[in-house]
Write a protein that binds this ligand. Structure first.
Ligand code: F0G
Length: 354
């Protein structure tokens, strides 16, 4: 029986911005599975691994940063935390606030967040304000509110605490593989996670714990790809709601991760995202939310266009759990098969009666 007690009380603590006396507000986040994808490995002639971040306590990678942000806020005597979110940050902030006995206020774009994420924030007891605007509007309002009211902003904007926590994903990957991968693929929305993932690899290299660095390949949805075009997008569109972001707050960090690693930030269509979303569930047994599949979609795009050399070790972040967006799954070609409660009728329906 392992005694994993979350990131703050792990051996990674030395790289986290917490003092010896900071009490850990934790749901035992981190230590997520790194699964080899036989399907993607065979398809690409590479060694492809899936980092299943949907296995975190609230179902996304956001918990890695939130444990640090909320522990620090609680230690500072703050009474409330505040965030803007496309859904996952709000679920995570609400959960960690509940655990710490703090109030949580979350601002989300009305009608544009997956219902599972809303259901989480409701149940954890957050005050939810549905804003008539985009995620980018929510973030602007959250920043303005935090400047004038006694609530700790727990978005990753300029929030080194969140990014430091999110860097741990790379520590876990190097520890599991025994080396850094050659390529790390991941979805990009507000730009925090690509920045943190690259930062984590750099920390390990600097500490002498990895002798190489990966190239970072980030992918945005084609209708919400400001980092690809080099200009903000006023009205971002994609069914992958988690990454429907038009003006990423951590813009410079994302570009630095791309350029310093010799990587890329590309755009993938919703069709490619949903193809990957279906395939990773069907072929690898991992139910990830649609936005999560952008990294797979991007890898397959690069493979199809001949830009992925064979024989490389590739890690793909699957950033959130598929159960957060059950509507996406049910909308996607589900045809119920019905039968009466008689076994013979079920067998007949299945074509097993001959
Ligand atoms: N994948 C998922 C499932 C996400 O929820 C997000 C971001 C990303 C990828 C992109 O990460 O923003 O650091 O580039 N979700 C934020 C939120 C915007 O509010 O939950 P990023």
């Amino acid at each position: 029986m392992s005694s994993w007690r979350g990131l703050i009380d792990s051996s990674y603590r030395r790289w986290l911005p917490v003092s010896d006396t900071t009490p850990a507000v934790t749901l035992h986040e981190g230590a997520t599975p790194l699964l080899r994808s036989e399907h993607l490995s065979a398809l690409t002639d590479c060694d492809v691994w899936l980092k299943v971040e949907g296995a975190n306590p609230t179902g996304s990678f956001k918990d890695r940063g939130m444990t640090i942000a909320v522990s620090t806020a609680a230690a500072a005597g703050v009474r409330a935390v505040l965030c803007a979110s496309t859904g996952n940050t709000s679920a995570s902030a609400a959960a960690y606030a509940a655990r710490a006995g703090l109030a949580a206020v979350v601002l989300v774009p009305r009608g544009r967040i997956a219902l599972g994420k809303l259901a989480q924030a409701i149940r954890y007891g957050a005050r939810i304000v549905e804003i008539g605007g985009t995620f980018d509007d929510c973030l602007r309002v959250a920043r303005e509110l935090a400047a004038h009211h006694p609530a700790a902003l727990v978005n990753s904007v300029g929030n080194e605490l969140r990014l430091a926590g999110q860097r741990t994903v790379s520590y876990e990957i190097v520890d599991a593989l025994g080396r850094a991968p050659d390529i790390h693929c991941l979805p990009v929305g507000n730009g925090g996670n690509i920045t943190a993932t690259w930062g984590g690899y750099r920390t390990y290299a600097r500490e002498g714990l990895a002798s190489t660095l990966p190239r970072i390949w980030g992918f945005q949805a084609a209708g919400a790809a400001p980092l690809v075009h080099g200009v903000p997008v006023a009205d971002p569109t994609t069914e992958a709601t988690a990454i429907r972001v038009g003006n990423p707050a951590t813009w410079d960090g994302a570009i630095a991760a791309r350029d310093e690693s010799g990587g890329m930030i590309g755009a993938v269509t919703d069709e490619e995202i949903f193809d990957a979303y279906r395939a990773v569930a069907r072929r690898d047994g991992v139910f990830a939310e649609p936005a999560s599949a952008a990294g797979i979609a991007g890898l397959l795009r690069e493979h199809a266009t001949g830009r992925l050399a064979a024989g490389q070790t590739v890690v793909i972040t699957l950033s959130g759990n598929g159960l957060k967006d059950t509507e996406a799954s049910l909308r996607d070609g589900y045809q119920p098969t019905e039968a009466s409660a008689a076994t013979a009728d079920v067998a007949r329906t299945l074509g097993w009666d001959s």
